[in-house]
Design a protein around this ligand. Structure first.
Ligand code: UT7
Length: 319
């Protein structure tokens, strides 16, 4: 028994915001700097009243439509997010309520930019165990809420959005191998080191990052974990039809593709238009490439994420 993708969907809020527009809002930056260091040209920023569970709902509806699955028939809902609507209840329960599903297992996964690979791997294990048959797996974020708009080294990098997949039990191949890792000793190079305590924020509520340390770490582990899942599935990385790495920086994406021997035209890239949408970046890119016809049934697709914690993971699947 496999867990196989039967639907994909995504949602981006509002209109794209260009680098020039950010500079015109008083951020000391330029289109030339952002494009040359990151490849990012635009990102989507949710209006203040739009929450990550609302983005998750739109993406989920599209994925359920494609899969031809009714929300009430889902028996598992997992949302990967670091920017949930509330401390609790989980975004998965909020999404469940909005979808009108009753009784499914529902919970959030917090593994930052590796969140979707974590959530999808967990859903795979639920389905392969035989306990669950139809899962909705979502990555949804409003990172714009945790950015310090005075910190030009981070605020230009991120965007908001959501991506969703429906995963069903199937005798046809689907997810072939998964690998998840973490190393908490690197928690200080990317974090939001604040908390709510007795009604006030204690510590720093904004995203902080040592960009160069994250860059080096990401390039190393993305190549390692890709090789690990390919070896587990008995597939050479050069046999992979499509690589969908976490979309943080075009230079990290290109370095990863090169290390794996995967040509640039087999790597799905959205970072130029979406920026870094954390747990949403991989399902957003997957949805785009399925809907525009690049990814076809039977092809091998390698998904990868890396993020704060540090966490990282990969999934090799046959679409
Ligand atoms: O999803 C989580 C994963 N996150 C990532 O993967 C991010 C990984 N890291 C990176 O992508 C890169 O390290 C960055 C894009 C964040 C930064 O690029 P960099 O080439 O490492 O630049 P840097 O931090 O070394 O900064 C170089 C210069 C500095 O100026 P000085 O000290 O050389 O005068 C910065 O102050 O660029 C300056 N700078 C900027 N200039 C214009 C930093 N941010 C900006 C900006 N606009 N937005």
């Amino acid at each position: 028994m496999y867990a196989r993708l039967s639907g994909v969907g995504s949602c981006l809020p509002g209109k794209p915001v260009s680098n020039e527009e950010l500079a015109s809002r008083g951020i000391d930056t330029s289109d030339e700097w952002i494009v040359s260091r990151t490849g990012i040209r635009t990102r989507y920023l949710a209006a203040p009243e739009v929450t990550s569970s609302q983005l998750a709902l739109e993406a989920s509806r599209r994925a359920l439509d494609m899969a031809d699955v009714r929300a009430e028939d889902l028996d598992l809902i997992i949302v990967a997010t670091s920017t949930p609507d509330f401390i609790f209840p989980s975004n998965a329960c909020l999404l469940q309520g909005k979808l009108g599903n009753k009784g499914a297992t529902a919970f959030d996964v917090q593994a930052v930019c590796a969140g979707f690979t974590y959530a999808l791997s967990i859903a795979d294990k639920f389905i392969r165990s035989g306990s669950h048959k139809k899962a909705l797996v979502v990555g949804a974020e409003v990172f714009s809420r945790i950015l310090d708009w005075q910190d030009r080294a981070t605020c230009v990098l991120f965007g908001d959005g959501a991506g969703a997949v429906v995963l069903e039990a199937s005798e046809k191949p689907g997810i072939l191998a998964t690998a998840l890792h973490a190393d908490g000793s690197h928690n200080d190079i990317l974090n939001v080191p604040g908390q709510v305590c007795s009604g006030t924020v204690v510590g720093d509520p904004f995203l902080r990052m040592d960009g160069q340390a994250v860059f080096k770490f990401a390039v190393r582990v993305l190549a390692e974990v890709a090789e690990e899942v390919c070896a587990a599935a008995g597939v050479a990385s050069t046999e992979v039809d499509w690589l969908i790495p976490h979309q943080a920086n075009i230079r990290i994406i290109e370095a990863t593709g090169k290390k794996l021997g995967i040509d640039r035209d087999r790597v799905i890239v959205t970072v130029d238009r979406h920026g870094n949408t954390s747990a949403a970046s991989v399902p957003l890119a997957l949805d785009e490439a399925v809907r525009d016809g690049r990814i076809k049934r039977g092809q091998k697709v390698l998904l990868e994420g890396v993020g704060g914690g540090f966490t990282w993971g990969a999934i090799l699947l046959e679409f």
